[in-house]
Design a protein around this ligand. Structure first.
Ligand code: MRU
Length: 352
């Protein structure tokens, strides 16, 4: 990214307002926890890892000006802030993971005075950002072996630098292959209704000098049938213990199409996206979005006033449709109940 997706600057949070891209590149500031909540909810900051980072920094921002002098008061205030931020979006587990990590850090250092404790929490949020950066690079390195010169990859939504601290997950694999001199081509689904593929993925790939072609979501089957796609790589918002994977609505369709056409379907995600507390994907909460995003997205009404609308923002791709999951700890393959557990027991963000 030309500038960080999200960062802490002198007691405020600065982030790229992704709702304006690609027409306008603008950084905005959040000065209070309410504006962080709004930025997450309205997708100014979006993508599972970036939402996690926004949650962590948002919790620090919320507690930063606290007048609490005892740990009990401090912890109660922090809980109120994290509970509030947790209501912004339900599907990406990274948000809850990051909020939990901030609370646990406070608990661990409760013997400190509250002024010092605030600094410890900021350091922890910065550590989450740094770890995310390393995880993205490791995902790119691990995924490199899956791509060959001449390959064309289909991706859905945006799992790039904008969706993380930097460099992305699914796009990290493409950036790494491109940097390694592999000649790759990408087809980007536009990703209705909020067009993350059209607005953000093509923008990132073009900036990196990667050859990218935009298609509407409903063109993927035809493009696959024409033999144009060698593999699919997408990101993830939450991966259950059995490998079932929640990602942007429409990902499941793409996985079914890939299976039908004998094309490998890869998920790229950091270990912070794993949720072992959920046995399978049926238990993943699916965010519902407002009707206006479909009926009058980007200002133009495209459906009659008063029409009924259903708008799940995510779907769950069953593990059986996933060829492999590219993580920061390496590539894991089915059966995922076992391989994900093994991965978690051998934590590694590096590349051997
Ligand atoms: O609604 P969004 O734009 O936050 O959805 C984002 C996605 O579905 C991404 O693919 C996912 O979060 C992975 S980001 C590395």
């Amino acid at each position: 990214m030309p500038v960080p997706t999200i960062e802490w600057v002198d007691g405020r949070i600065r982030l790229i307002d992704q709702t304006l891209l690609p027409n306008e590149f603008k950084q905005i500031y959040c000065d209070d926890v309410e504006s962080v909540w709004e930025a997450i909810k309205s997708l100014r900051v979006r993508g599972a890892p970036a939402i996690g980072i926004a949650g962590a920094l948002g919790a620090v921002l919320g507690i930063w000006r606290s007048a609490a002098t005892s740990y009990v008061d401090f912890a109660a205030e922090l809980k109120k802030i994290t509970d509030y931020l947790a209501t912004s979006r339900p599907t990406a587990v990274n948000l809850f993971w990051a909020l939990d990590r901030i609370k646990k850090t406070a608990e661990k250092h409760k013997a400190l005075g509250t002024t010092q404790l605030k600094q410890v929490l900021l350091d922890e949020a910065q550590q989450i950002i740094e770890e995310d950066r390393e995880m993205c690079r490791a995902i790119g390195q691990h995924g490199l072996e899956l791509l060959h010169s001449g390959d064309t990859i289909l991706t859905h939504c945006n799992a790039g630098g904008l969706a993380t601290s930097d460099y992305g997950t699914a796009l990290a694999v493409m950036f790494t292959a491109h940097e390694a001199g592999k000649n790759i081509h990408v087809y980007a689904d536009e990703t209705r209704p909020l067009l993350q593929g059209a607005r953000l993925t093509t923008w990132e790939l073009m900036q990196a000098g990667i050859d990218v072609t935009l298609i509407c979501d409903n063109m993927a089957a035809q493009v696959m049938k024409e033999g144009k796609i060698q593999c699919v790589i997408v990101g993830a918002d939450r991966i259950a213990a059995n490998g079932d994977t929640a990602n942007k609505i429409g990902t499941y369709n793409v996985a079914i199409l890939a299976k039908e056409h004998g094309i490998p379907f890869y998920v790229a995600a950091p270990t912070s996206t794993l949720d072992f507390s959920l046995e399978n994907g049926d238990l993943i909460p699916i965010e519902q979005r407002g009707a206006a995003e479909i009926t009058e997205g980007f200002g133009t009404r495209t459906a009659p006033e008063g029409v009924k609308v259903y708008s799940p923002a995510f779907d769950v791709t069953p593990a059986r449709l996933i060829t492999a999951i590219i993580t920061d700890g390496g590539i894991v393959r089915p059966p995922y109940e076992m391989s994900l557990k093994t991965l978690a027991s051998e934590p590694s963000t590096g590349v051997d």
